[in-house]
Design a protein around this ligand. Structure first.
Ligand SMILES: [Cu+2]
Length: 182
C-alpha cells in the first residue's frame, strides 16, 4: 500500500537497503559505493613561485606564487624551514592612507620605503580562494614574508614553503630564488 513518504526519503531508504544487501552479500569493496555528500578535498595547484634575492642589508625576504583551486578554500598560513628563516607570514601591501598607517606595519625596517613610500605591509590572517580564480601573490600585493633570514637568499638556491589551507591541508612548494619575476 502506498504511503505519503516523500520521494527523496524513500530513495534514501532504498539506497540504504541496497548497500546493506551488498555488504551482507560478503563483498569487501564497500569503498566503491561512495555515498554522495562527502566533501571532496580541493585540488590546489601552485605555479610561478619564486623568491627575490635578498640584499645583504636586510634580513627579510619575500616569496611570490599563484594559487589555483578547483573548490573554494582558505589559505591560513605559510611556513618555512627554520634553516631558511625564523618565521614566515602572509603579508599584503596596502596604501598608506592618512590616519591608517597604524598597527602591525613593519616597524623598524627602513629598507621597505625605497620607491613605494606610499605603501606599507600588514600581516593578513587568511586569504579566501575562490574556485577557478587564480590568487596571485606578487610584488605590490600579497606575498609570503620571510622574517629573520638565517642567511641571504642567493640566486639559484631553492627552499621549501609550506602553505596550509583549511580544506586541502598542507601543500609544500619548492621556491627558487631569482633576480626577478619568472
Ligand atoms: Cu611583507
Amino acid at each position: 500500500m502506498k504511503t505519503k513518504t516523500p520521494r527523496l526519503v524513500l530513495g534514501a531508504f532504498l539506497a540504504i537497503g541496497l548497500s546493506t544487501l551488498v555488504s551482507c552479500g560478503g563483498s569487501d569493496s564497500a569503498s566503491d559505493t561512495t555515498v554522495a555528500g562527502t566533501p571532496a578535498t580541493p585540488v590546489i595547484t601552485v605555479s610561478g613561485q619564486w623568491a627575490r634575492t635578498s640584499p645583504d642589508a636586510t634580513d627579510m625576504g619575500a616569496a611570490y606564487l599563484t594559487i589555483n583551486s578547483d573548490a573554494d578554500d582558505t589559505l591560513v598560513s605559510a611556513m618555512v624551514d627554520s634553516s631558511v628563516a625564523a618565521m614566515a607570514q602572509i603579508h599584503e601591501m596596502v596604501p598608506v592612507e592618512n590616519g591608517m598607517a597604524t598597527g602591525s606595519t613593519m616597524a623598524g625596517s627602513p629598507s621597505t620605503t625605497m620607491d613605494s613610500s606610499a605603501m606599507t605591509m600588514k600581516e593578513v590572517d587568511h586569504i579566501d580562494i575562490v574556485a577557478g580564480t587564480a590568487l596571485e601573490l606578487k610584488p605590490g600585493g600579497y606575498h609570503v614574508m620571510l622574517m629573520k633570514l638565517v642567511k641571504p637568499l642567493l640566486t639559484g638556491e631553492t627552499f621549501k614553503v609550506t602553505l596550509t589551507f583549511t580544506k586541502a591541508g598542507a601543500v609544500v612548494v619548492d621556491v627558487p630564488v631569482l633576480e626577478d619575476a619568472p
